[in-house]
Design a protein around this ligand. Structure first.
Ligand code: SF4
Length: 243
């Protein structure tokens, strides 16, 4: 005899039927599809990262200093402050001609602008003393510079030297977890997870594409899922409120 269906079974079945079905977590192939879509769609977005990176990414020194400015700072603020500083100084030598107070004035209002002015001068001194004034193209060497973490070092080696690396900032960390590519608490752990799952051919592009998506659509709170070009394949893990 078939087991009797209870009221609570029926209620559960009905609520399952009502709930929108979400796709499974992305695997490497699905991530490749999502990145392909973003590559096409992001050309039409007005994301601050694209403007900044297009102008500066071929110069490792400018990428390095731009990334320091961007830490704990809104992308829109960095996009204005960085060119203001680079108009005055585009090399470690030229930067050391400025005082900490002058740099503070040029980069204000980026977050921690006083500390960052001193960090920038320290990096410039270090580059001249230990690396002949050149930015090293090696992640392990870069993170020996005071104030340079894995995120900054990865950005420099990927954007400026086109070497393999994955730069994980807050946008990449958040979206990778929403996609189910990572199940992590920190950006450094997300970097390790992405290195394990993502084919190398996507390492360089994942940062600019997810940063652009994060700046325009996949916001930290209430992402605009109804306007998102990858909504069909995104499992939206952890997203409880969206537009
Ligand atoms: S906006 Fe929504 S659908 Fe698009 S990536 Fe973010 S969580 Fe996924």
């Amino acid at each position: 005899m078939a087991p009797e269906t209870t009221v609570s079974d029926e209620v559960r079945a009905r609520s399952h039927a009502r709930a929108p079905r979400r796709p499974p977590p992305l695997d490497a192939a699905a991530a490749g599809r999502a990145l392909r879509i973003l590559r096409r769609e992001s050309r039409n977005w007005n994301a601050p990262v694209l403007t900044l990176m297009a102008a500066e990414k071929h110069d490792p020194f400018l990428t390095l200093i731009g990334c320091i400015l961007s830490l704990r700072t809104k992308d829109e603020t960095t996009a204005v402050a960085a060119p203001r500083l680079f108009e005055r100084a585009r090399t470690p030598h030229a930067m050391l001609e400025l005082t900490a107070e002058e740099i503070e004035r040029l980069i204000f209002p980026v977050g921690f602008y006083r500390t960052k002015a001193r960090v920038i001068l320290g990096i410039c001194r270090d580059l001249l003393e230990r690396f002949g004034g050149r930015v090293p193209d090696d992640l392990d060497a870069l993170i020996t510079l005071k104030g340079v973490g894995r995120k900054t070092a990865n950005l420099v080696i990927t954007e400026s030297f086109r070497k393999p690396g994955i730069c994980v900032d807050t946008h990449v960390h958040r979206i990778s977890n929403r996609w189910g590519l990572a199940r992590t608490k920190t950006p450094d752990h997300t970097e390790q997870a992405l290195r394990a799952v993502l084919p190398r051919r996507h390492w360089l592009e994942i940062n600019p594409l997810l940063v652009a998506l994060g700046q325009t659509i996949c916001h930290p709170t209430s992402p605009r899922c109804t306007q998102c070009p990858v909504a069909q394949i995104c499992p939206r893990i952890g997203v409880t409120r969206s537009r």
